[in-house]
Design a protein around this ligand. Structure first.
Ligand SMILES: Cc1cc2nc3c(=O)[nH]c(=O)nc-3n(C[C@H](O)[C@H](O)[C@H](O)COP(=O)(O)OP(=O)(O)OC[C@H]3O[C@@H](n4cnc5c(N)ncnc54)[C@H](O)[C@@H]3O)c2cc1C
Length: 600
């Protein structure tokens, strides 16, 4: 398998054999997924059904149970999925780690709890810890004996993470840092033993990061926040009042905190994307079960076109984003292996590999969270009044899904990051050659004027993917030239770019997945035909999104003749796609209804 550099999907094509697809999980990976699924059903879903309500940390007995479940998960090795074996972890490769994140979503809000433990709460030590720090903390985190939290956000520092006021002052003997400050929205904060805390040393402008134990003293907690969703996840304020931290608990070096925070969030973003896909699949299956049973006007509601429309969309988005998810995960693993081969330390290699795919990680965070909100909303709609009732659990999923657009960097910030990172690689580091790609645009546009010669089964779909990429290059290139540095103040236009970029990546991924699937031996032809329809439906919708984003951007930066010319060119690139979306949605839904829910 070969792979492209991060972000360069825009300027290069990928062969289908070079992407990983979820049908290729091996026996061991499937066993891990089964174990996690069983854990979630037995320990979270079934008890919730019995209680007739969701877990809620405001009930002391629930909070104690969540702590116990974290320890139970630890016994199965689930708290150590990303921790090296020598410290008691499973050290799963990155893509299997994403599979874990997908399936643990069946644990509903517990996924946030264990997510903080296995990701933001422990990865700073995994990636940046010294051997001594790793040996001291990671074994306890891997077994769940030590509960971990990540303290970045402050009242004045949310998206602007480096604006925090928490201070670390070196003690007169130079042996300890005294931490003072306030952190808010801290997941697992209500029971954590170990906190990764970001603070500025003395009058530094840059953040540093510390490993802080609860037993160090000087730490007090606010009450559990009253939240819209993920009620089983502990979220509190954490106050540091002369908390004395040994100087050897500084992570990495002084001033490295912001870099650590961002790199950890990159990892968290794609993992969150994986979780949202798990949530979407679960919601689709649960809703399908209901829609097949529930009768109105003498027939199951799944037989109504209006309901089929919803399912078609829910399924297509989930399938397409999943294709991009595991494509990216495997690329991260391949990049890590290449770094290690070239002599890089394992932890550094992991980190650099994830950073390489920062653009893709942001796209997956955005698209996954938006799919989860869409799917759970439509799920409620299909359940009708019962969707609004707590007992069916769909409203829990809807409320739980909403946070995914906010944490791990809001979707607005991630949209800007995806474009910003790409631009940086094109202009500053010159890793991506957008200029050469841009120069091909006139010739490419000219080709669009010629009659389209379809050569082969997927010619139209390949052309759409290619045109989405060219559309991004055209719009971002012309707007960039016109607005120059002023573009950063034109966020709406940057958001338009990011929408086109995301559709190009997800659209290409779902097409590549289908192309790979059809080469598999013993392929289920009926299923394959449905998968093709999913690709078509996704691309149909992607074109619509890109068309609107392009026209919005053009209206914002061009006027008169230039505006008309740009609209014409976008029209050439994003021509109507000759499929019948109604028929596609119906067939996709019928297939899933016949097969008991989401079945890909
Ligand atoms: C349930 C929950 C759990 C959390 N867990 C943790 C945790 O464990 N650890 C932790 O450190 N934090 C945690 N957070 C905090 C979370 O990461 C922040 O809420 C998030 O980063 C957004 O920051 P904010 O809430 O201050 O919003 P703000 O930054 O104030 O943003 C408000 C709005 O303004 C927009 N905005 C902000 N800046 C810009 C800009 N430059 N351009 C355009 N739009 C902008 C945002 O997109 C958003 O729509 C958690 C939050 C919640 C709700």
């Amino acid at each position: 398998m070969t792979y492209l550099k991060g972000g360069s999907f825009l300027t290069h094509s990928t062969n289908p054999e070079d992407i990983f697809i979820s049908e290729e999980w091996n026996e061991e990976q499937r066993m891990i997924a089964d174990m996690v699924r069983e854990f979630c059903i037995k320990n979270i879903q079934e008890p919730m059904l019995k209680m007739g309500r969701e877990f809620d940390v405001h009930h002391p007995e629930d909070k104690a149970e969540i702590v116990r479940l974290l320890e139970e998960a630890g016994k199965l090795g689930l708290c150590g999925v990303a921790i090296e074996e020598q410290y008691g972890g499973m050290n799963l490769d990155f893509n299997t780690g994403l599979l874990f994140s997908e399936v643990i979503a069946l644990g509903l809000s517990f996924a946030t709890t264990i997510g903080a433990q296995t990701s933001i709460g422990s990865l700073p030590i995994v990636y940046y810890g010294t051997d001594a720090q790793k040996a001291k903390y990671l074994p306890g985190i891997a077994t769940g004996e030590l509960k971990a939290a990540y303290c970045l956000t402050e009242p004045t520092a949310g998206s602007d993470a480096s604006a925090g006021k928490t201070k670390a002052t070196l003690s007169p003997d130079g042996e300890n840092y005294l931490l003072n400050g306030q952190k808010i929205w801290i997941t697992n904060g209500g029971f954590a033993d170990v906190f990764i805390v970001f603070a500025k040393i003395e009058d530094d402008e840059k953040l540093s990061a510390f490993i802080v134990e609860k037993v160090f003293g000087g730490i007090s907690l606010g009450a559990e926040e009253k939240k819209m969703g993920i009620k089983g996840s502990s979220t509190v304020q954490v106050f540091f009042d002369n908390c004395s931290v040994p100087k050897e608990n500084l992570l990495s070096e002084r001033g490295a905190g912001f870099k650590i925070a961002l790199n950890i969030l990159n990892t968290g973003r794609i993992k969150l994307g994986a979780g949202t896909i798990g949530g979407c699949k679960f919601c689709i299956s649960k809703t399908m079960e209901y829609a097949v049973e529930r009768k109105q006007f003498g027939k199951p509601i799944v037989e109504f076109g209006a309901i089929k429309h919803k399912f078609g969309e829910m399924i297509a988005r989930t399938f397409a984003i999943e294709a991009a998810l595991y494509r990216t995960g495997r690329n991260i693993d391949l990049k890590r292996a290449e770094f290690v081969e070239n002599g890089m330390l394992e932890s550094e290699a992991k980190l650099n590999a994830i950073r390489e795919f920062a653009v893709e990680c942001s796209i997956l965070k955005i698209k996954g969270s938006e799919a989860a909100c869409f799917v759970t909303d439509e799920g409620i709609q299909i359940f009708g009044g019962m969707g609004y009732a707590s007992e069916t659990g769909i409203e829990t999923g809807y409320r739980d899904a909403r946070i995914t657009k906010i944490y791990e960097g809001t979707n607005e910030i991630n949209r800007m990051l995806s474009v910003g990172e790409l631009t940086k690689r094109a202009i500053q580091t010159k890793e991506i050659d957008l200029m050469t790609a841009g120069k091909k645009i006139p010739f490419y546009l000219f080709k669009q004027l010629l009659p389209f010669k379809s050569n082969g089964e997927l010619a139209a779909e390949r052309r759409i993917v290619q045109n989405l990429k060219y559309c991004f290059l055209l719009i971002s290139g012309t707007a960039g030239r016109k607005l120059g540095k002023k573009l950063v103040d034109e966020q709406e236009i940057v958001l338009n770019f990011s929408d086109i970029l995301a559709e190009a990546y997800i659209g290409e991924s779902v097409l590549l997945k289908y192309e790979k699937l059809r080469t598999k031996k013993d392929v289920d032809t009926e299923k394959l035909a449905i998968q093709k329809k999913i690709v078509q439906l996704y691309l149909y919708e992607a074109l619509d999104i890109a068309r609107k984003a392009s026209n919005d951007a053009i209206a914002a930066y061009a006027s008169g003749g230039e505006r008309r010319r740009m609209r014409y060119l976008v029209g050439l690139l994003l021509k109507p796609y000759d499929v019948n979306p109604k028929a596609l949605r119906r067939t996709i839904t019928d297939y899933c209804a016949k097969n008991g829910g989401y079945c890909f």
